[in-house]
Each structure stands twice: as structure tokens, then as C-alpha cells.
Design a protein around this ligand. Structure first.
Ligand code: CP
Ligand code: NVA
Length: 310
């Protein structure tokens, strides 16, 4: 079991420093290479990851489950509907119990507060697998993907087009920590809530209502669904409000000639992105999805074993 003295959680992107990210990104590269070479690497033999899901998932479940297996460990999938959490067991009690039986825990839930309370009562590292507020594992994969294709993201300009959602708020933390500019364009009425952003993080952010201004000269354009999980009742009204916030060829043409396009997936072609962009030459969405596996293996390794001398 991990010692309580050394527990680190990954609940928000800001939980790691730039130096931590340098290390984790380099380990992601090394672990990806091992995977591509079919090299066995089992530092977590006999260790168990519990994965708790309150929302649907394809990529997060698969990448964590495959990832811990490839590191020599085992995953237990828990859907809250089938557990006592679904019948009202306090999150604090669940954290006490689950963290006595496994070595690391990943949770996908609604409010960040639920995740924070779980982590405060856990004896082992806890990873955010997506909350209403943040999706740090995804932005970690996105930064790694940018790095692979274009080198360091420091000093670059990233354009966010669409909803001020969990991905957007995570990109804001990443921009501050990793030293790049984030431009955000949202429809009026769906702007960033400054009250939930650390004021020092806002210095890396430029906001506008105009998606064209946001994309001009950008090195990366990224977007996400107009309606995130948990907000489905707003879907019809959002379809109207967001109709001009579609990343199409016209917006891509305003960015750098070698700009990348990313989307965390799943996508709705014809809504937040046109089919020709997401299926086009500048899109790296399949690498981005695959890289969830590699960065999360590096993340689990870092949280459980710390920095390795290699
Ligand atoms: N991008 C992402 O987290 O995908 P899933 O919802 O399929 O896990
Ligand atoms: N913003 C989306 C991301 C899904 C991976 C959501 O929360 O539903």
C-alpha cells in the first residue's frame, strides 16, 4: 500500500508543477515506446486500480483498464448505480473502505466537491476521470499530443471555440502552468465564470465572442460538445445558442498553416466541428485518444512510484 505520507492526488491540472509535467510527459513518451515495441513493463505487479463511474465513458474506462493491466496490475470497474453509493452511502465512507482495498482510484463524477471529499478520505492516490468542472487527464493527453506533433507548447497559442465547460477550465490551468496563451470564444450567455478561476490564471487567457478572432494565428484549435454530460436538459436551447461556434474549414484557415485540430471525443459532426475538419489533414483526434492510454500510465506510475531514476 502507498504510504499516507507520500500521497499525491490528481484532481486538477494545477495539482502538478511545470517540472512534474516535464517528467510525466517524458515518461509518457518512454511508456508509449515500450508499448509500441511490445516490451513487458510490470512495475505495478499485484496492484489494483478501482475505477468509479457516475457518468458514461468509452475512452477513460478503456485507457485506465488497459493501462493498469499493461503496468502489471488489475482494474476493478464500479458503476455507482450498482454499488451502495447509488443507494446513498456517504462518499467519505466509500472512500475509507475502497482505499483500504486497492492501491489507486480513478473517479468520474459530477461535482468536483464530490471528488475532493473522496480524496480527503482516501489512503491512496485519487485521479479525476472527469467532473463537471475539470478533465485533467484529457488535457494531459492533449498537451502530450501537441508535443509529439509540434514540440513544446510553451509560448504557443491555443484557441478554444465553444462551451465554457470542464475542458475549457482545465485548459486555463494548463495555460498558466505550462506557459502558453489560451484564447476562448464562447457565445454570449455561456462565458467563463471568472469567480471559479484563480485570478492569476486569467493572465494567460484572452476572451472574445468572435470565433474568427480566437482562431487567428493559433497553433492549435480545439473544441468540445455543445452540451456536456449532466446538462442534457439544456440541449435544445444550446443547439441554437452555439450554432455559430462550429470549427469549420473557414476557422481553420485563419490559424497557422500547420495548426492542429483536437477534440476530446465523442463528437457531433456538423455541430461543434465540421466533418471535413475532424476527418481532415490537420486533425490529430485519433492520436489524442490513443495518448490517453500512454499519459495515464505515466500518471499512475508517477503517483504510485514517484520519480524514477532511469
Ligand atoms: N474523452 C473522454 O473522456 O472520453 P470518454 O467519455 O469516452 O471517456
Ligand atoms: N465536456 C464533455 C467531455 C466528455 C469527455 C462532458 O463533460 O460531457
Amino acid at each position: 500500500m502507498t504510504s499516507t505520507k507520500t500521497i499525491r492526488h490528481y484532481l486538477r491540472f494545477q495539482d502538478f508543477s511545470a517540472e512534474d509535467y516535464d517528467y510525466v510527459l517524458e515518461r509518457s513518451r518512454i511508456l508509449k515506446q515500450k508499448f509500441k515495441n511490445y516490451e513487458t513493463y510490470h512495475p505495478l505487479h499485484d496492484r489494483t486500480l478501482a475505477m468509479i463511474f457516475e457518468k458514461n465513458s468509452t475512452r477513460t474506462r478503456l485507457s485506465f483498464e488497459a493501462g493498469i493491466f499493461q503496468l502489471g496490475g488489475h482494474a476493478v470497474f464500479m458503476n455507482t448505480r450498482d454499488t451502495q453509493l447509488g443507494r446513498g452511502e456517504p462518499i467519505e465512507d466509500a472512500a475509507q473502505v475502497i482505499s483500504r482495498m486497492v492501491d489507486i482510484i480513478m473517479i468520474r463524477t459530477f461535482g468536483q466537491d464530490i471528488l475532493r471529499r473522496f480524496a480527503e478520505n482516501s489512503r491512496v492516490p485519487v485521479i479525476n476521470g472527469l467532473t463537471n468542472e475539470y478533465h485533467p487527464c484529457q488535457v494531459l493527453a492533449d498537451v502530450f499530443t501537441f508535443h509529439e506533433h509540434r514540440g513544446p507548447i510553451r509560448g504557443k497559442t491555443v484557441a478554444w471555440v465553444g462551451d465554457a465547460n470542464n475542458m475549457a477550465y482545465t485548459w486555463i490551468e494548463a495555460a498558466h502552468i505550462l506557459g502558453f496563451k489560451l484564447r476562448v470564444s464562447t457565445p454570449p450567455g455561456y462565458r467563463l465564470n471568472h469567480a471559479s478561476i484563480d485570478p492569476k490564471h486569467l493572465t494567460s487567457v484572452e476572451e472574445t465572442d468572435d470565433p474568427c478572432a480566437t482562431c487567428e494565428g493559433a497553433h492549435l484549435i480545439t473544441t468540445d460538445v455543445w452540451t456536456s454530460m449532466g446538462f442534457e436538459q439544456e440541449n435544445d436551447i444550446r443547439k441554437v445558442a452555439f450554432s455559430d461556434w462550429c470549427v469549420d474549414a473557414k476557422l481553420m484557415a485563419l490559424a497557422q498553416p500547420d495548426a492542429l485540430f483536437m477534440h476530446c471525443l465523442p463528437t457531433h459532426r456538423g455541430e461543434e466541428v465540421s466533418a471535413d475538419v475532424i476527418d481532415g489533414q490537420q486533425s490529430v483526434v485519433w492520436d489524442e485518444a490513443e495518448n490517453r492510454l500512454h499519459v495515464q500510465k505515466a500518471l499512475i506510475e508517477f503517483l504510485m512510484l514517484g520519480r524514477l531514476n532511469y
